[in-house]
Design a protein around this ligand. Structure first.
Ligand code: CDP
Length: 240
């Protein structure tokens, strides 16, 4: 099966360097300190943040700063085949890399021995949920009022049918040649998440990384707009 048509369009009609539509809503959960909901193509992802609060388990405390504990979970109904509830190798890996990506931007040093708990619930999944999860979590941390150096935005690039493409869809993720999820902090130029599945040459890797970073800058603008929208409404007294 061909993933890229003769007209250069992809399975969902996108150009090679085109993102799926992204919508971000801030402060959707009243019982969390911060929250965000992201719709990204067919992905639907919710992030909730609690803390900073005293780390319950004393052995996990870090006297030099807060520990960011992430729990990424796919709902049983998030894909066609029911997902088995509870942690899996995949969810543990994704929680770990998202936690590390967030720790680089959160001013952890302001909260020694504290814990910042981040819950990411994937309600519907269609490739790229770790990027959508990190993007949502970053906004939820900001919504919780936790000091950050900048927001981290995330997007994947990769390769399908020999072409470098942005933001892989489901078919491209399953049948493509490479997937390169990236987490990028525009304010500092840091890459805080970088994984790669599949094969690319060095030149292909460089252009995929450049494409993903450009998209992260675009997503960073969407994140900022969502936060401004949330707080502008509240200032005007129209908030929920
Ligand atoms: O979601 P992401 O691309 O970050 O991670 P992945 O492990 O590359 O998974 C790609 C996609 O496979 C997910 O987004 C889901 O759509 C799907 N998937 C699934 O159908 N069942 C699972 N147990 C895990 C993933």
């Amino acid at each position: 099966m061909s993933l890229i048509g003769e007209d250069g369009k992809r399975e969902d009609g996108r150009a090679l360097d085109e993102l799926r539509p992204i919508k971000i809503e801030v402060g959707v959960l009243h019982n969390a300190d911060g929250s965000a909901y992201v719709e990204w193509g067919k992905n639907k992802v919710l992030a909730a943040v609690y803390g900073p609060k005293e780390m319950y388990n004393k052995y996990l405390q870090d006297p030099t700063g807060a520990v960011v504990q992430v729990n990424y979970n796919m709902a049983a109904f998030s894909v066609d085949d029911r997902v088995r509830p509870g942690p899996s190798r995949r969810s543990i890996e994704i929680s770990k890399i998202i936690g590390e990506a967030l720790e680089r931007v959160i001013m952890r040093e302001d909260f020694p021995r504290a814990s910042i708990d981040v819950f990411i619930e994937v309600l519907e999944a269609s490739a790229g949920t770790r990027c959508a999860g990190l993007t949502a979590a970053s906004v939820a941390v900001a919504d919780a009022g936790i000091p950050m150096r900048d927001l981290v935005a995330s997007c994947a690039a990769g390769k399908a049918d020999g072409h470098i493409i942005l933001d892989l869809g489901k078919g491209e993720d399953n049948l493509g040649q490479a997937d390169l999820p990236v987490g990028y902090v525009p304010g500092t130029g840091e890459i805080t998440l970088l994984q790669m599945d599949g094969h690319m040459t060095r030149e292909e890797f460089d252009s995929a990384l450049k494409l993903a970073i450009g998209a992260c800058e675009e997503i960073h603008d969407i994140q900022k707009r969502a936060l401004k929208h949330r707080y502008a409404i509240h200032k005007g007294g129209e908030g929920q």
